[in-house]
Design a protein. Structure first.
Length: 458
């Protein structure tokens, strides 16, 4: 982009006549001209133009193609992402194909047909931008914690925090809505800790029936209750020297909360039906989507246990408040599932991206994972569409993106100017403060009919 926010377009052409024709034609771009290979490289270095239009017949070999091919090679060596559009004569089809085989983006045959050329140049800029975005996203996916994809500043701060917590034995509690990645983070803490070679044992306190949770946690002796045929270790003992993850700790029944507290304080357990105190060395990480403080206030969670497990609390933000993470994660899951299901999906259509951004994701990352998996399977083409995702978004009309809003405003202004000047092109262009060619381009872009019976559709 140039200082005046226009795309920079480098044109390598030694024919002065054609130069001024192209300069006039591409007035919406910041055009930069070079007449030979050396100047072209210098201009590219200076302006970093994403798109280049290049004549194949460059001096000192205007009638041949050698210098033109060398120029393509030099440009791509210096800047492999540049999109080169080669200009050739009508009879030069073979050389045009050779140029594309060498890495040029596209070609067109002289004489210049403005509409075709416009289309090729616009597409080249679009592709360049999409590729840039892909490269940016790929860079962002590097995150300090294993299994976590994020570029949200608050999440990155949390990653730093977890890195600091990991080597210690401090009991920490991860607070956050369902599906925000609490278990992923607990595993990340384990992997960063000196216990990484021992077991990570998870128990979901909400999923185990109340009467079984004690034996599930602490194990039982043979004959402790009907059906206890043999001595069985509980999750705590299984995690010895490793990490114990107590998921949904807010759902732990009150009577068991005191037993858990005793274990956390004394680091010994008693199996159900046993009398022996067994010392266990585990690092405990808890997680919940409940408001523990409120539960303490209303008496459904023990205050002493609350203080014991909340030596360190980490609040995991919901997906809807994470900056830039929705599209980043969607892309991550798209690539993952496309690979898993051997689908040739390349990306999302713009309206799919918009619905990903607008949707509230109440089920957070788990919901996104499931929705993208389904969309990858359902997609017909190479891009996942809004319909493939099937997200129901409320405020979509409000979320019109800036480009759309600008387009609408532009169309509106043109129609008013046409109506106010009674179809007088020069007067309408003047009213809008633009040149006649730009005005014509806009009329074409918005498909606005001109004529005495034009009724502006405001
Ligand atoms: N930042 C992330 N990057 C990549 N995948 C993630 C991320 N966060 C979560 N996931 C994935 O989302 C799914 C849900 O994550 P996880 O089970 O850790 O959430 P949770 O908060 O523990 O959920 P619950 O509260 O329901 O137990 C998992 O498949 C996990 O791999």
């Amino acid at each position: 982009m140039s200082k005046n926010n226009k795309h920079t377009l480098l044109i390598i052409e030694d024919d002065r006549g054609l130069q001024s024709q192209l300069r006039w034609h591409f007035e919406d771009y910041e055009t930069v001209f070079a007449e030979n290979r050396q100047d072209a490289i210098a201009a590219l270095r200076l302006h970093e133009s994403p798109v280049v239009i290049q004549d194949l017949g460059l001096p000192p070999d205007q009638d041949g193609v050698d210098e033109g091919f060398k120029c393509i090679q030099d440009i791509l060596r210096m800047s492999p992402t540049t999109k080169i559009i080669v200009m050739t004569g009508k009879t030069d089809h073979d050389n045009a194909i050779r140029a594309v085989a060498m890495g040029a983006y596209d070609y067109y045959e002289k004489p210049v047909d403005p509409q075709t050329l416009d289309l090729i140049v616009q597409r080249a800029f679009n592709i360049f931008e999409l590729e840039e975005e892909n490269r940016r996203l790929a860079r962002l996916q590097q995150t300090p914690l294993e299994g976590l994809v994020t570029n949200d500043p608050q999440m990155l701060k949390i990653c730093r925090m977890l890195e600091k917590i990991s080597p210690t034995n401090v009991t920490c509690t991860l607070l956050g809505e369902s599906g925000t990645g609490k278990e992923v983070m607990a595993r990340a803490i384990h992997h960063l800790s000196p216990r990484r070679n021992k077991r990570f044992v998870a128990i979901n306190c909400a999923a185990v029936p109340e009467n079984l949770i004690e034996s599930e946690l602490f194990g039982y002796e043979k004959g402790a209750f009907t059906g206890a045929g043999k001595q069985t270790l509980g999750k705590v003992e299984t995690a010895h020297e490793g990490t114990l993850f107590l998921d949904e700790i807010g759902d732990m029944p009150l009577n068991l909360q005191s037993k858990l507290l005793r274990f956390l304080q004394e680091r010994v357990i008693e199996r159900v039906g046993g009398r022996e105190e067994i010392p266990v060395d585990v690092r405990v990480i808890c997680a919940t989507n409940k408001n523990l403080q409120e539960m303490v206030d209303e008496g459904s969670f023990r205050e002493d246990l609350y203080y014991r497990i909340c030596e360190m609390t980490v609040e995991i933000p919901p997906l809807r408040t994470r900056q830039g993470d929705k599209v980043l994660l969607a892309r991550h899951f798209m690539l993952k599932f496309a690979k898993e299901h051997d689908q040739k999906i390349k990306g999302f259509t713009p309206d799919a991206v918009q619905s990903i951004e607008c949707y509230g994701w109440p089920g957070n990352i788990r919901e996104m994972e499931n929705k993208i998996k389904r969309a990858v399977i359902m997609a017909d083409g190479k891009h996942i569409t809004r319909d493939d995702l099937g997200l129901i978004t409320d405020g979509e009309d409000l979320s019109l993106n800036l480009r759309q809003v600008r387009q609408e405003a532009e169309r509106h202004a043109i129609l008013r100017a046409v109506a106010m000047t009674d179809n007088n092109i020069s007067a309408a262009a003047k009213l809008l403060g633009i040149t006649r060619p730009t005005f014509y381009d806009l009329i074409k872009k918005h498909d606005i009919p001109l004529g005495s019976n034009t009724v502006p559709n405001l």
